[in-house]
Design a protein around this ligand. Structure first.
Ligand code: GTP
Length: 413
């Protein structure tokens, strides 16, 4: 029997369509959280990590996508992992802390003693059980997963200062203009239920200010436009003010971590997850024996894909359902989505090939592999046709286009 004191739930914030713009044109077809990395949806990775937390009773995905976009997924992942996964839809964005608060009754249904909160768009090894142990020894309201990054990149994230001995969060600034620290927030948290009263205090403060504004000035109305009373952000509105008050602590990961900001980074993250499968789920990786093609390094091939034995695949390739790969094809560092056809002797390197696309004989779909650059990879949207002997380099091609001439460094609208 699970000790009721010890029940744990997990919440994954999935955002909504307005937050998915960085993922265009791929987010036209599928909500970004369901885009596959290493052959599994982006949210599969945090969900399967949550499944390993002792006494986990339920996982909630909270977002403002339509329910139907997640209905099939949550039912199949619940069956597959044998853990209840529910999608809860906000009527509008309430912010990262506001979204959590909005569904406090559902989250507290099982009276959990701890609540994990994860951003869907991070790629890491999710050391959740270790975090929980550390959190219990600290005795605070919340613990943040943190990591050291290069000083140059730190300002893209929430920078923080922690006590080197007690690990208490002393100072927190979201995307500061001047350098504070190379220690950053990973977007993975554990809280006790007290977090709800803290978010509530912010709401009440906002309402008080709104009341004053009622009788007050234009200036206050400007404030209201920027901070609606029912929108609360975790970083600026909760973490920053709570830092240095012995309420929040940090747990540093020495493992990999990335924020999946763009399709380019998703190729890098796919590689990280494929490498992790070597340790956690080797059965998901293709070997030369079962795929019959020549497999190099870490590769995922969906069981329904048809891959010709004379093709050479890898490293870092993930091939989705019903893909057909013809003789002599070479694939490296790419994500090939459902129902794609790649014809004889074509080459795909540093690219994402959208659903139902077709790549002609002796064609090349390629990128430089600069995953941080806007055009460092090539992306084909859904149902793009690349004709025979065409070379597509560092380009983004929107859905339903036909390319019969080679292109480089272009966005084809
Ligand atoms: P940037 O600031 O654009 O770099 O994004 P971020 O992901 O660093 O921060 P943000 O606070 O916007 O998002 C953190 C997480 O909360 C992500 O997983 C978002 O998808 C999610 N999120 C943000 N706003 C909302 C919201 O209103 N509702 C829900 N459910 N999720 C949200």
């Amino acid at each position: 029997m699970v000790n009721t004191e010890e029940k744990v739930v997990a919440v994954i914030l999935v955002g909504g369509p307005t937050k998915g713009t960085r993922f265009r044109p791929l987010s036209f077809n599928t909500p970004e959280p369901l885009f596959p990395l290493a052959g599994q949806s982006m949210v599969y990775h945090p969900i399967s990590s949550c499944k390993k937390i002792p006494n986990l009773v339920q996982i909630f995905l909270i977002g403002f996508y339509e329910e139907r976009e997640f209905a099939l997924y949550v039912s199949s992942i619940s069956n597959e992992l044998k853990i209840p996964v529910r999608y809860l839809k906000e009527d509008k964005p309430h912010g990262s802390a506001g979204g959590l608060y909005y569904f406090r009754d559902q989250i507290m249904e099982d009276s959990p003693s701890h609540i994990f909160l994860l951003n869907f768009d991070v790629c890491c090894s999710f050391p959740l059980s270790n975090m929980l142990e550390a959190h219990k020894t600290y005795g605070g309201i919340g613990t943040l997963l943190v990591i050291k990054v290069s000083a140059e990149s730190a300002n893209q994230f929430g920078e923080l200062v922690a006590d080197p001995v007690t690990k208490e969060l002393l100072h927190y600034t979201e995307k500061p203009e001047t350098f504070v620290s190379d220690l950053i927030n990973c977007g993975v948290y554990i809280f006790t239920p007290k977090i709800f009263s803290i978010i509530q205090e912010v709401f009440l403060l906002r309402e008080d200010r709104a009341d004053i504004r009622h009788i007050s000035s234009y200036e206050s109305q400007q404030f209201a436009t920027r901070s609606p009373t029912d929108f609360v952000r975790l970083d600026q509105d909760i973490l920053s003010p709570l830092a240095g008050k012995k309420k929040l602590y940090t747990y540093e990961t020495m493992d990999f971590w990335e924020q999946i900001k763009t399709p380019g980074i998703s190729i890098k993250c796919s590689a990280l997850y494929l490498a992790q499968f070597r340790i956690t789920s080797p059965h998901l990786l293709a070997s030369g024996d079962d795929s019959t093609a020549t497999v190099v390094g870490d590769v995922y091939i969906h069981p329904s894909a048809k891959v010709h034995p004379t093709s050479k695949i890898g490293p870092n390739v993930s091939i989705s359902a019903n893909v057909r790969i013809a003789p002599g094809v070479r694939l490296m560092n790419c994500i090939v989505l459902d129902d794609v056809e790649i014809k004889e002797n074509a080459v795909v390197i540093h690219a994402i090939v959208g659903w139902k696309s077709s790549i002609g004989r002796w064609s090349r779909v390629q990128g430089d592999g600069d995953y941080n650059a806007k055009l460092g990879i090539t992306i084909l949207g859904e149902s793009v046709i690349v004709e025979d002997e065409v070379v597509v380099t560092n380009s983004i091609v929107l859905p339903n286009k036909m390319l019969n001439l080679s292109v480089q460094d272009e966005i084809i609208l």
